[in-house]
Design a binder for this molecule. Structure first.
Ligand code: RP5
Length: 163
């Protein structure tokens, strides 16, 4: 089955300062031809706007959220609380604690509301996980993901510097 949506992935981050890292997720989704939108919204500075955006995004066809935040990083968990669409959390590196604060805040979700957390600053992996989720019901996307992996493997075999 092949499915296409107006916007399949919603990328959100807690601050404009997260953008240089999270642009890499958007670029990868672009490469895969996955329609997405990018927002800066904060769980604590703009809580009502987060809730409103999540429901609008789901109405518009969003099938995966990628939420990046740093410090006491509750953005991904808050989004997951408002939707049953899968949420991928990206813990952002922080000056004070190197991102360990963000990692624990994002990954340690209490029972009942899960967040799939990638490594600190791992925007590309978040995008690849979103692609993998969408590829379950999109054969063309699954083929593009297989091609991507093949090219990645070949690049490492050709030159270990690519590993
Ligand atoms: C979080 O606090 C953001 O996601 C960002 O990673 C961190 C720092 O934000 P700024 O102080 O740069 O706005 O809300």
């Amino acid at each position: 089955m092949t499915t296409s949506y107006a916007v399949s992935v919603g990328i959100v981050m807690g601050s404009r300062s997260d953008m240089p890292v999270m642009e890499r997720a958007a670029a990868l989704l672009e490469e895969f031809g996955v329609p997405h939108e990018v927002r800066v919204l904060s769980a604590h500075r703009t809580p009502d706007a987060v809730e409103a955006w999540v429901s609008t995004a789901v109405e518009n066809g969003t099938r995966v959220f990628i939420a990046a935040a740093g410090g006491a990083a509750h953005l991904a968990g808050v989004i997951a609380a408002h939707t049953q669409v899968p949420v991928i959390g990206v813990p952002m590196a922080t000056q004070a604690l190197g991102g360990l604060d963000s990692l624990l805040s994002t990954v340690q979700m209490p029972r009942g509301i899960p967040v799939a957390t990638v490594a600190i600053g791992a925007a590309e992996n978040a995008a690849l996980l979103a692609v993998a989720i969408l590829a379950i019901s999109d054969e063309a996307l699954a083929e593009r993901l297989a091609d991507y992996r093949e090219r990645q493997t070949q690049a490492v075999l050709d030159d270990p510097a690519n590993a």
